[in-house]
Design a protein around this ligand. Sequence first.
Ligand code: ATP
Ligand code: MG
Length: 512
Amino acid sequence: MDNGTGAVLLNMSNITMEFPGVKALDKVNLAVRRREIHALVGENGAGKSTLMKILSGVYPYGTYRGEIIFDGKTCAFPDIRQSERAGIAIIHQELALSPYLSIAENIFLGHERARYQVINWHKTREDALVYMKKLGLAENPDTPVNRIGVGKQQIVEIAKALAKEVKLLILDEPTAALNETDSENLLRLLRELRDAHGISSVLISHKLNEVAAVADTITIIRDGKTVETLEVGSAGIHEERIIKGMVGREIIDRFPKRSVALGGVAFEVRDWTVYHPEQAERKMIDKVNLTVRSGEVVGIAGLMGAGRTEFAMSLFGRSYGANISGKSLINGKEAALTSIPRAIEMGLAYVTEDRKEYGLVLIEDIKRNTTLAKLKKVAAYNVIDDSAEVREAEYYKRTMNTKAPSILQLAMHLSGGNQQKVVLSKWLFSDPKILILDEPTRGIDVGAKYEIYTIINMLASQGMACILISSEMPEVIGMSDRIYVMNEGRITGELDGKSATQEAIMRHIIQT
Ligand SMILES: Nc1ncnc2c1ncn2[C@@H]1O[C@H](COP(=O)(O)OP(=O)(O)OP(=O)(O)O)[C@@H](O)[C@H]1O
Ligand SMILES: [Mg+2]
């Protein structure tokens, strides 16, 4: 074959999987060849993660129907260990490393370099170094993994897979939390593994530009069914083509238009300065000045690690930082946002990028997650009015188009994108005047992104003041009236949303 791929390595056929009330997969087929990068794409809740969890034995044989043939053998994995033994390794989006163990220990965790029950540390280090070198990870193998960035942790996960002699590497949204440099490194690594070691990978990603750039083959699934498999070939493939397969129609304009008459300054921050919570002399945010008018969407662009999340959290009830100084004003009046409940009461809402840690209570259902930030809105005399709560939750589920069998579904059973919609519902329910959105579309499919943009526009037209933090420059440019550029905790530029370009933003980032 022209791109050097080989014979079939994996054949999953007629895979069907049902959860209570949900048919997650309906006779799905997936064929992966040796020596290829195979992208698996589809809308939120399409069934991508479920399919890969079946393949890797997370959901054991017997819980699904259909057939898996891997490396010439029919597979019936009872657990992950067995799929690993066969040569399949899965890297989940939530990394599974042990934070306090060293890089070397993590690489060989579960199959330690040992003799007579005694771990051979010397060999552990030596072998780890071999894999680290292969992957270009220049760190001391004794470093605890919580001291290296997410990008490098991702590479440790790959080293771990290589140490198990992997034939197929599965990566579930590996670049969602990575900056551009780390993402590029990771994708380069996948190519290297393919070309130098003949390792295939299955890449799940919502970043269709990287899918178009790196994949040899693309399988699209929609609503639990295989839609099509595209061969990328030497001519390449357009993102628009992938989108069409995913959503079943063409999306002409990715950013819906908004025309809102701006009101007065609704929110203002003056000389906002924040220090690191543990390292007293480390300044994280340095004299930031910012204004947002009612009806305005103000973007904050910057690279990951620029301090934008720390800034937002320090504003939102001082949930980050120490020794905070500066002023915050709402409608021109100084507002002391000294705690999260106080901030909510004053009309602030913070939609976080880290929905598992700060946005949702995973063991609660959609209903309670929706009303959580302002329970008293559905309570009388401190008792929750169940029918009022149901009514509200139903309203938001409908408005946000959240895909779940009912509002009683637990948050932990929702797909990533639908979890994000519940986080948005929760904050809209709290009736905010000032909405801070921190990477609101991370891990969200194109169709749902469009819906979220439409919701943002609707909120702005109702007079809400929105701050949009995003690392995706097209998104900041497409959605903002005005853009601040942040770098190393400082505002380094301010641009008009209509005329801003990626180059102009980059210039303000690099200048500092
Ligand atoms: N443990 C579970 N219990 C009940 N339903 C589940 C469970 N896991 C997944 N589902 C449902 O199965 C469907 C497929 O989910 P899956 O996580 O595979 O989607 P996905 O394609 O990975 O989406 P995303 O892009 O948002 O990660 C969704 O409707 C989801 O709500
Ligand atoms: Mg998923």
